[in-house]
Design a protein around this ligand. Structure first.
Ligand code: FAD
Length: 407
């Protein structure tokens, strides 16, 4: 295992660090001011300063870095890891580079499973950053961590599919520019458990699709990245050509989508943790309590040291996972993907908690990015599968391995 960045990665890292420092982080406040002044608070991607940043990113060749194949930068997971980490420092970073979820996962689905017509109509404008998208799987009515529970029906009727069901927590869907939704439902509830599901493309303006409301996370509506919508599908009709792949492929496509999605989240979260440590260290050097700087208090030094150790451990595990995905494929790296999905949000949540504590009450406020980041990282312990589901599967694999060793 060699995690030393190659020449291309080093070059991209230097370029991205400069871009992040000069264009992304200094504009976070401007972005939020301009978004607040807009008529439509959900239309985050029409904010002028974001358009300027995105144009600059394209000029610098920092565009679609996440996509390994044609149309993307052609980077391996190991090459992309340090880049995603840099973007994760700021909420604006991934969007600036057209590397933000859920569009990245949706572009991967269209890239890997979409036909020519679907790619032309939806993938191309997504790669160009002209439109946005959403991925609709989770439902309020069933425990959706088990994707086989999904109940939305996708029924064939002549040369159309008719969709009925209810979804919630659909990230990005409140944004009027999210023009296309990838929807998971059941085409054959009588088929074998993992072959009942299919994925279908539903354009936003299709009659019968109601964008009911936005969901809140600890009171944040996340309008600065398109919110999380509840959707109602009532007799929504789309042509048969909107099916992605063939009937029964939905579960497999969902699994394929989640591998890269999970590691991208983890890489970005490490960048966020690095920023939290930076903020924590700066704050405690500046403030004096009971006669000495906070940075000289043992307990605060313990938080700083622990944060550094935990982040280094985490990064190595994420890099190992990226390397495995590149060398033995996503399936071969399955256990490690689960391990990083378990370890990363919990560890970064711990670091953010300490950074908030070290800031005093200010840490909870809108004056620092920590409280918002804390709410965001907490959601990652659900999104793309709750901790417990990954732990359960990882333990099962470990038990199997150990049993085989004993036999
Ligand atoms: C901010 C945010 C954004 C999201 N974005 C999207 C999106 O864009 N598209 C989308 O489709 N979904 C999205 N989701 C939904 C997310 O993927 C689901 O919340 C997640 O899959 C869990 O499903 P559930 O909420 O139905 O929990 P449930 O399935 O009801 O599970 C509840 C709890 O049961 C426990 N549990 C479940 N299974 C096991 C097990 N095997 N062993 C032990 N305990 C278990 C876990 O503690 C789990 O948290 C998002 C969620 C959030 C919070």
């Amino acid at each position: 295992m060699d995690f030393k960045p190659d020449a291309r990665t080093e070059e991209l890292v230097a370029s991205l660090q400069d871009f992040q420092k000069t264009h992304v982080e200094p504009n976070e406040g401007v972005f939020h001011e301009q978004l607040a002044a807009q008529d439509d608070k959900w239309a985050w991607d029409t904010v002028p300063v974001l358009g300027e940043i995105r144009a600059e990113a394209r000029k610098r060749g920092l565009w679609n870095l996440f996509l390994p194949g044609e149309g993307g930068a052609g980077l391996t997971n190991l090459q992309y890891a340090p880049l995603a980490e840099i973007t994760g420092r700021s909420h604006l970073g991934p969007a600036a580079l057209n590397c933000a979820a859920p569009d990245t996962g949706n572009m991967e689905v269209l890239h890997d499973f979409g036909n020519d017509a679907q790619q032309k109509e939806w993938l191309e404008p997504l790669l160009e950053g002209q439109i946005r998208s959403a991925f609709a799987m989770t439902e309020p009515g069933v425990a959706s961590s088990d994707a086989t529970n999904i109940e939305t029906s996708i029924a064939l009727d002549g040369d159309e599919y008719v969709i009925n069901g209810r979804k919630w927590w659909i990230t990005g869907a409140m944004n009027p520019n999210a023009k296309i939704f990838i929807v998971m439902g059941k085409t054959d509830p009588t088929a074998e458990r993992h072959k009942q599901q299919s994925m279908i493309l539903v354009p936003r303006d299709t009659p019968g699709l109601e964008i009911k409301r936005g969901m809140e996370v600890f009171g944040y509506d996340d309008h600065d990245h398109g919110g999380h919508a509840e959707l109602i599908f009532t007799d929504v009709r789309v042509p048969v050509g909107n099916l992605i792949g063939t009937e029964g492929m939905g579960f497999a496509i969902a699994q394929a989508r989640l591998g890269p999605g999970r590691i991208h989240h983890c890489m970005r979260s490490i960048g966020l943790a690095e920023r939290a440590i930076e903020l924590m260290c700066a704050r405690v050097e500046d403030r004096v309590a009971f006669g000495k700087p906070l940075s000289e208090q043992g307990v605060i030094r313990d938080w700083i040291a622990e944060s550094r150790v935990r982040i280094e451990q985490l990064r190595l595990l994420v890099l190992k996972t990226a390397w495995l995905m590149d060398t033995v494929g996503n399936k071969g790296a399955h256990t490690e993907i689960q391990a990083i999905k378990i370890a990363t949000p919990a560890t970064v949540q711990w670091i953010l908690d300490k950074a908030i504590q070290a800031h005093g009450a200010g840490g909870l406020s809108q004056d620092f990015p920590l409280a918002r980041a804390y709410a965001g990282i907490r959601t990652l312990r659900f999104a793309d599968g709750p901790d417990e589901v990954h732990k359960n599967a990882l333990a099962k694999a470990e038990l199997r391995k150990q049993a085989a060793r004993r036999a």
